[in-house]
Design a protein around this ligand. Structure first.
Ligand code: GLN
Length: 303
């Protein structure tokens, strides 16, 4: 349990910030969450799990799911996805439309909404059901058979999804969707609305700390692909705050508007934090502070 004290200290550092920021309410079903909740868990490469606070409580993973849809798409379809989506930070909000027009319908990266919608489209073609593919993967890596989409959140988001609809239609107008817009969006909402805990997500992300090797010892990604996914996480995983996140935390990471952030400590483990209050870029205020404290006290970062 070499990380327990560091997790306890990280929670103590973040506690004064609980309730700060804004809970995402553009998806009405997310607004009901406990704004003061906080959890953190690390799953190490050698099988240890340490946790603190509400680490076992399920929350809406939202954009963290974009990491899993990307790695499944790479595993099943290889590099072809990079002809349809870029790998540069956008410097724009996660739901921005503006670059799509100036850049001919090719989203800047797979972690902003436009890019994730393209990845979901490709994964849907590869598997026949992108939403289920992500949930199946998470169940397999965590051993949590109850892990699934929260249908109330998916319905709530679909009912208020004008921006994502606009992005998807815009992509379709450039010929960058293979499936009907409604199919792609319902699969995108299905994986964003998966409910999982910090513990689950740390277990599910651990293969990236193991350079692509899954819980059962099989390989999902080559070592080189795992390195590349971690690089895109570092540069694009926290949207237009990716520079600030690298500065403070120094780890590849993916955030979601549910307040979760999953980070990878290559060679050591996957570390997930959750607290619902968000900053202006959509990243958890207490979560970033806790990760900052953890990487400072352990000295573990990619830098
Ligand atoms: N499902 C959310 C959306 O499309 C995901 C956004 C996020 O977590 N940043 O708006």
């Amino acid at each position: 349990m070499r990380f327990q004290q560091h997790l306890d200290d990280a929670m103590a550092a973040a506690t004064p910030l609980l309730g700060r920021g804004r809970v995402a309410d553009y998806i009405p079903a997310l607004a009901a969450v406990d704004a003061e909740a906080f959890g953190m868990a690390i799953a190490t490469v050698d099988g240890e799990v340490c946790e603190v606070g509400d680490a076992g409580r399920a929350f809406s993973i939202q954009s963290i799911s974009k990491l899993f849809s990307l790695v499944l798409t790479l595993a099943l379809g290889g590099d072809a996805i990079w002809e349809r989506v870029g790998r540069e930070p956008s410097g724009s909000p996660f739901n921005s439309l503006v670059q799509l027009e100036t850049e001919n319908g090719i989203p800047r990266n797979p972690f902003i909404n436009a890019g994730a919608i393209v990845v979901t489209d490709r994964l849907h073609s590869l598997t026949g059901d992108a939403g289920t593919a992500v949930a199946d993967f998470l169940r397999a890596e965590t051993g949590n058979t109850l892990l699934d989409t929260d249908p109330a959140v998916a319905v709530s988001e679909a009912g208020h999804g004008h921006r994502n609809s606009a992005l998807a239609h815009f992509l379709a107008s450039y010929g960058n969707l293979e499936n009907p817009v409604a199919t792609v969006l319902s699969n995108y909402y299905a994986h964003c609305a998966i409910a999982a805990s910090c513990r689950d997500l740390a277990l599910a992300g651990r293969f990236l700390a193991r350079h692509g090797v899954l819980a059962d010892g099989s390989r999902l990604l080559t070592r080189s692909e795992a390195k590349r996914v971690n690089a895109v996480l570092l540069t694009c995983g926290t949207y237009d705050a990716a520079g600030q996140f690298a500065y403070r935390v120094g780890l590849p990471g993916k955030s979601g508007v549910g307040g979760g952030i999953l980070t990878i400590v290559p060679g050591h483990g996957a570390l997930c934090v959750w607290s619902p209050g968000l900053d202006a870029a959509g990243n958890s205020v207490a979560g970033v502070a806790a990760l900052d404290a953890f990487t400072t006290s352990t000295g573990l970062s990619v830098f």
